[in-house]
Each structure stands twice: as C-alpha cells, then as structure tokens.
Write a protein that binds this ligand. Structure first.
Ligand code: ATP
Ligand code: MG
Length: 301
C-alpha cells in the first residue's frame, strides 16, 4: 500500500483546471518533495489528499483510504501543516495544543511528546501571537504530529522563514522521518534546500505531473550527477580503487564512509562497483534537484 496515490485526477475551480489528469504515487517511509512553481497545483493536491477538497474526476488514495469518502478514517492517520495556518493569537501554546490533542482523542501526554520533538517545551506558556515565524512553524509541526500520524503533509513548511530557521525546520523534518518512521510529503518551490531532505520527488507544473520517482531513479533517468555515501570498514583502501573508475568524479574520505560524486547518469554503476569492492552499504546522498528539474521540464516540453 502506498502512502499516497493519485490516478487521473482532475480538479476544477470554476472554468480553470488546477489539476489536469494528475497521476503519481508516493511509497511509505520516504521524505517526498512535491515540487513545482507557484500555481502548479501543490496546495490543491494536498487539500485533495486530506479530504478538504473534492476532486471532479479520478481516484485519490491515502494510506489505503479515499480521503473524501472515508475522511474520518484517513484523518486519524495523517497530520497536516497547511500553507497559511491561522491560530487564535491570544491563546497559550499549551492550551491550543491540548485542545487539538483532545480533538484527536489524546491528552496532555501527547502534547508533551510533540513539544519535546519540536523544541517547543520552553514556549508552552507563551501566547501564540508572541511566537516568531520560525516558532509558529514549529507549532504547526507540533499540531501535525498530534495523534502520532503515519503520514505528514507539509505545505511549504519553510515559507517566509529566514535562512537559519529554514535549515532548522528542514533538519527537524528530516529527523522526524528517521525517528518516528513516518512518511513525509513536503511541498515547495525552493529546490536546492529540499535536496538534502528528500529521497523521493514528484515534479508538478501547471496542473500536470512532469515526472516522479525516487531520487536515485530520477537521477539515472535524467542523467544528473549524484553524490553517493559509501560505508566501508576501510575507506582509504576503497577510495584508492574507486578513484580509478571512469564514472567517479571526486572522492572524499571520512572515518567510516566515502562521499563519491559520480558522472551524470552513472551512479548505479558506481554503486555496483563499490559493493563488488567490498563496501557494506551505499546510499544516494544527494542528486542535484535543480539540475534534475531543468532536465525534467526540458524533457516534458
Ligand atoms: N479556491 C480557488 N479558486 C479558484 N482558483 C483556485 C483556487 N485554489 C487554487 N486555484 C487555482 O488553481 C491553481 C493551482 O493552485 P495551487 O494553490 O494548488 O498552486 P500551488 O502549487 O500551491 O502554488 P503556490 O506555490 O503559489 O502555493 C492556480 O492557478 C490557482 O489560481
Ligand atoms: Mg500552494
């Protein structure tokens, strides 16, 4: 079962189509980027996925449920951070979170858990209006985590934040996936900052899907360079063999792993070679999202 799947989905507002036969899947346990420019249909897709909007045509499935027809069941398993969340300004963080926790059938213990994760412990007695933008976003993440959802949908979680706050929020999101083992879907139009966080991407433009897949598959398909993290007991030894490979562009030696930049389109080959040479494990660390996006757009045109 996938975390989210759209099949030939159409969504119309009046005479204009926001989504034009959108098809994609996002598997579970990934951090997926829903990536595209302003007006591409990211927010519309997220609203359809959580049952806030009704599609005109097509199928949507979230964790095996139809979010429109089985909204209550689906909602129990998903947490959402909306694009422009509005919270009552004069309420304390603790009061707001406790109220929201109760709506999800949980209690104070759950509030303590989510403020622990999001670094809001010292802010429980502060009124919402006194929070900085960065901390408001943490509050948004905290409310999304209430009830321990299996899937988090975050609509532009770094919008309007300064560079440091953006990085903090993205690190937090990355750790969430690892520690809570949830699936995370993040929408954004800022590609470079997401490449450190996402291992899956859905590219959307003007209401149509350009392509989607794991970063590794997309990197291969569009021939963009990738950086591999190769774990091995003897990084120096492996490095000395790998530098001789023609598809290896650069090797950086660390204590228990190597970082290897591969020639565009050949990371699979380097992965195979490294494993043959005794590497324990190979991870795709980053693929250049911006480069990939350009290639996807060019290909789709
Ligand atoms: N309630 C609405 N009524 C009319 N048109 C709408 C409505 N919501 C969205 N649209 C239109 O649908 C298209 C997709 O909008 P959507 O908000 O999903 O894009 P987005 O990718 O989230 O963009 P952004 O990056 O600006 O948030 C746009 O052309 C938008 O104007
Ligand atoms: Mg949007």
């Amino acid at each position: 079962m996938d975390a989210l799947s759209f099949k030939e989905v159409y969504k119309r507002f009046g005479a204009t189509y926001a989504l034009h036969g959108v098809t994609f899947t996002i598997p579970r346990k990934v951090v997926a980027g829903l990536l595209g420019p302003n007006g591409a249909g990211k927010t519309t897709s997220i609203k359809l996925a959580v049952g806030l909007l009704k599609r005109n045509k097509g199928e949507v499935e979230v964790l095996g449920f139809d979010p429109w027809r089985e909204e209550v069941k689906a909602r129990m398993k998903i947490g959402v951070l909306h694009e422009k969340p509005v919270y009552p300004p004069d309420v304390k963080v603790s009061t707001l979170l406790l109220h929201l926790a109760k709506l999800r059938g949980s209690d104070w213990r759950e509030v303590k858990r989510v403020v622990g994760i999001t670094g809001l412990k010292e802010y429980l007695n502060i009124k919402v209006k006194a929070l900085s933008r960065g901390y408001l976003q943490r509050l948004g993440l905290a409310q999304a985590l209430l009830g321990d959802p299996e899937l988090l949908l975050l609509d532009e979680p770094t919008a309007n934040l300064d560079p440091i706050a953006r990085m903090e929020i993205l690190e937090l999101i990355k750790n969430l996936q690892k520690e809570l083992n949830v699936t995370v879907i993040i929408s954004s139009h800022i590609l470079p900052e997401l490449q450190r966080v996402c291992n899956y991407a859905v590219f959307i433009g003007a209401g149509r899907i350009l392509d989607y897949g794991s970063m590794g598959d997309l990197a291969s398909r569009y021939g963009v360079g990738a950086i591999l993290k190769i774990y091995t007991v003897n990084p120096r030894l492996l490095a000395s063999s790998l530098v001789q490979e023609e598809y290896v562009e650069a090797v950086e030696i660390h204590d228990s792993f190597l970082k290897v930049r591969t020639r565009p389109g050949h990371w699979r080959y380097v992965e195979k070679k490294a494993l043959e040479l005794g590497a324990e494990r190979v991870e795709l660390s980053t693929a250049k999202l911006e480069e990939m996006y350009k290639a996807v757009v060019k290909y789709a045109a």
